[in-house]
Design a protein around this ligand. Sequence first.
Ligand code: SF4
Length: 488
Amino acid sequence: MNIRISKTKYLNGLQCKKLIWYIYKQPEAIPEPDEATQAIFDQGHLVGDYSKKLFPKGVEVDHTKSFEEGLRSTRELISKRVPIFEGALTYERCYARADILEPGGKDEWNLIEVKSSTELKDVNYDDIGFQYYVYSGAGLKIDKCYLMCIDNTYVRKGDIDPSKLFKKIDVTDEIKTSYSTMIENNVAEMVKAINSKTFPQIDIGAHCNDPYDCPLIDKCWSFLPERNVFFLYRNNKLPMTLIQEGILELNKIPEKYELSEKNQIQVDCEKTGKPYIDSEKIKDFLDTMQYPAYYIDFETCSSAIPLFDNSSPYKQIPFQFSVHVVKEKGAKPEHFSFLADGTNDPRPAFMVKLKEVMGTKGSVIAYNAGFEMGILRKCAEVLPKYKKWVESIGERIIDLLKPFSDFAYYHPKQDGSCSLKNVLPALTGKSYDDMEIGDGGTASAEYFRVTYTEDNKDKAKVRRLLEEYCGLDTMGMVDIINKLYSLK
Ligand code: SF4
C-alpha cells in the first residue's frame, strides 16, 4: 500500500493509531462529520479567507486539477517569491499544505499556520511542526514559524480589520529544536500500524476526546452497557479504572471504591431505581421564590469573525428569548417570546422587548443562570442605558440548576447529568427527543444559517422550530418547579 501521510492524518495518528488504521484500511467505517463539526470547519474556512487579506500579493495554489499539478504550481510560485496560500510539498511519505508561506530574508520563507481558536493548544504545535518537517525536508529554507490565531480582544468598528483580528505568535524555537526527529519516529510508527493486518488494540480513554472528538467513538465505546460507569457525575478518573478492572455497570461498583457523596447517591438510586429527595434542601430553595415569577431562557450565536460593531470574536450575541410569567403560585403561565429577524445586530431589540415583559418585582428563574446574567451584563456594556436594569435583574435571579447540582434531587433517569435536557424528562416525562431543534448548539447553528447565509429556503420552518424549542425550555422550568412543590 502506498501510504502518503497528510497533516490531518498525522494529527489523527497522533491521537490514536487505531483511528489512523481505520482511515487507511476501512475509511467507509468513518462517519461523515455532523452539522456541528461541519459548522466548525466552515468557520475555519472563513477565518482562513480573512487571514489571506493580510497578504494582498498572495497567490493560492490551485489543487483542483491533480495532486502533481498542485506540487508543480507550488514550485513555480516558490521561484517567483510571492506569498503562497496552500503551497504543497512532499517529503518522504509526508505531504504538507501550509496555510501561508511568506517570503523571508534572501532565499528563506516564513511558515504561517492560521487557527480559528483564540488560544494555542499543544496540537497546534504538532500541526506546524509537521509542516516544518515536510517543507524543510523538501529543501525549503524556513526562517520563522508562526501560529496565527484569533485575538478575542479585538472589537469590531466598521469593516473587519484583519491586522487586528489576528495575533501572530512566533514558535520558531520550539519547532526547530524539538520537532523533526520526533515527527520522523511518529510517522514510522504510524506506517507500521497502518500496514498491520488488523487494527492496533487500543483501549478507550481520555484520548478519545482529546484533542478532538474521535469519529469512531460510537464504534469503540459500543461494548459499554447502557447504564455504565461513565454516568458518574463529574468523575473523569474512576470510570477508566473501573473499566480496566472489568466493572462496567453503574450499579456493580464494589464498596471498596470510595465515592463522593453525589456519586454514592447516584449508585444508590441506580440500585433502587428510585429518586433521591432531600426535602429540607428543596424547601429552602423553593422558599426563595417570589411571585410573580419570570422564567427566562436565551438563545445566542457567536462567530469567529464578529458580525456587528461593538462585538468581539466568539462573543455570544442573544437573538431569542422565551419568558413564561407565573403571576402567583399555581397560576397558569403566560408566554412571551422574541426572535430577531433581519441581519442587523439583534441586541438592541432583544433588550427593549425583554425589559417590556420582565416587570419590576418577583423572582427571575433561569437554568444555569450565570449564562443569562452574563449575556445581559455584556449587552449592558454595549448599551449602557440598561446597566441599572440589568443589576436589578441580578438581584431577582434564582438559579434552577442549583437544587440539581447540589443533588437535593436526583433521579436515576438523569444519567448522571444535571442539565435541563436530562432533568426535565426525568422529572416530568417531557422530552426534547422528537424535536427537530432540541439543543442550544443546533438552535444557534440553524438560526445563523437561515439568517446570515443564503442557505435559507426553510427559514420560516426553522423559526417555528426555534420558537418551539426555546418555549419548551421555559415551560419545562415551570413544570420542574411545580414538581418540586409537590415533593416538599
Ligand atoms: S474512539 Fe478512542 S480508541 Fe477508538 S479509534 Fe477513536 S481514539 Fe482510538
